[in-house]
Design a protein around this ligand. Sequence first.
Ligand code: HEM
Length: 398
Amino acid sequence: MNSSALEFNPWNPEFRSNPYPFYRQLHDGPPRLINLFGQVALVGRFADVTAILKDHTHFSSYQTRPPEMEDNGPFRGATTMLFSDPPVHTRLRRLVSRDFTPRRIREMEPRIREITNQLLDDAAKKGELEVMSGLANALPVMVIAEMLGVPSELYAQFKHWSDEVIAGGNTIPGAPLPEHTIRAGDELRAYLFEAIEHRRKNPGPDLISALVAAHADGETMTEDELLAFAVLLLLAGNETTTNLIGNGMLALGRNPGQMELLRRNPELTPRAIEEMLRYDGPVQSTSRNTLSDTEVGGTMLTTGTGCFVILAAANHDPAQFPDPERFDITREPRDHVAFGDGIHFCIGAPLARLEGAIAIGAALARFPKLRLKNPDAPLTYKGSYFLRGLSQLTMAVE
Ligand code: HEM
C-alpha cells in the first residue's frame, strides 16, 4: 500500500463515525509516514503499537504543543503523569497508585451499584433507556466526584466542564482554543483549587485529602501537580468510562444473540467487557514523540517524529485477533491495548472495568426486553476522534 493513498482526517465527522475500514489499511504493512501538520507516523499493527508503548526510552509522552495551547489548556502547563516520562512519571504515579489498587476499588462496589440502580429506576419510569444521558454520562462522573470528595450532586456541572475541555482537545493543531473551552478549564480549576484548600484544612477519607497528605509529608507533588492531577482524573476517568458503557451497549444492541447469551450467563460479564473494550474502544489513539532515530516494524522513525499510536487499530489487527470485526463475548481473552501498555497502562482500569460490568450487567438484568429502539437510525458521535463515543443512544425496555 502506497502511503500517498492514505487519507487520514480525524477531524472529519464522517471518518470519525466509522474509522475501522481505514484501520485495515494499516494492518498490511509497517507504520506509514504521512504529512499532517508536519510528518507523523500512523501505527496500527498490534506488534508495532505494543513495541512503542513498551519503549518509553525512545518514545516520549511529553506533548509538543504550541505554547499558547499549553498556557490555556486544562493543566496550564503543569506536569501530569499521562504526559510525562520517567523520572517525573515514576514519582507522580507512585504517589497515587495505592489509591487505585483493585482492592481499594472493590470497596466502591456497593456505592456504584446504588447509583446505577437509581439511574435505572428513572429509566424504568420513563419506559425507555437513553443510554448516554440516563446512565453512561452520569455514573462515572458521580463516582469520580465522590472519590475526590466533592459533592456528586454537582455532577452535571463537572460533566459540562469536562465535555468542554475534551472538545477543546480536538482543536486542529495550531488553531487557538475556543474561548468557552478556556473558560470551562478556568472554572473547573478554580473549583478544584477551592476543594483542595478546603481538604487541606478539613481532611476526610477522600482522594484529595490523601494527595494533600502525601504532599504535606514532604513527598513530592507540587501544588500545580496536585491540581493538574485532580483535573486529569476528572477528565480521564469520566468520558472514557462513559464511552465504554455507550459503545458496549451499542455492540450488544447490534448483536442481540450476544446480548441474550450474556443475559443468560452473567458470569461472562468480565469477558464481555474486555470484548467491548477491544471491539469499539473509548480511546482510539494515543501519541508519542520519537526521542532518537528508531526503527519500528520496518519503518525508520527519525527523532522528533510524532506518532499516532492507534490502539483501536491494533485491537482489530487480524494477526492478533482472528476475525476481528466479529463481536464475540466468548472470545478467548488475549491482551488488547484499549487501556494502553507499558508504564502508562491505565491506572483507572480496575475502576472502569467495575463500573462497566455493574452498569451493563444491571441494565440487562433489569430490562429483559432491552433492545435498540431505532436499529436503523443513524448514529451521531461526539466531537473527539481520540475519545470515541456516542452523543445519544436510545434503547427500548418494554
Ligand atoms: C474504559 C475506560 C478507560 C479507558 C479505555 C482508558 C484508557 C487509558 C489509556 C489508553 C491510557 C494510556 C494512555 C497512554 O499510554 O498514552 C490511560 C491512562 C490513564 N488513565 Fe485511563 N482509561 C479509562 C478509565 C480511566 C479511569 C476510570 C481513570 C481514573 C479514575 C483513568 C485514569 C487514567 C490515568 C491517570 C492515566 C495515566 C496513567 C499514566 O500515565 O501512568 N482512566 N487510560
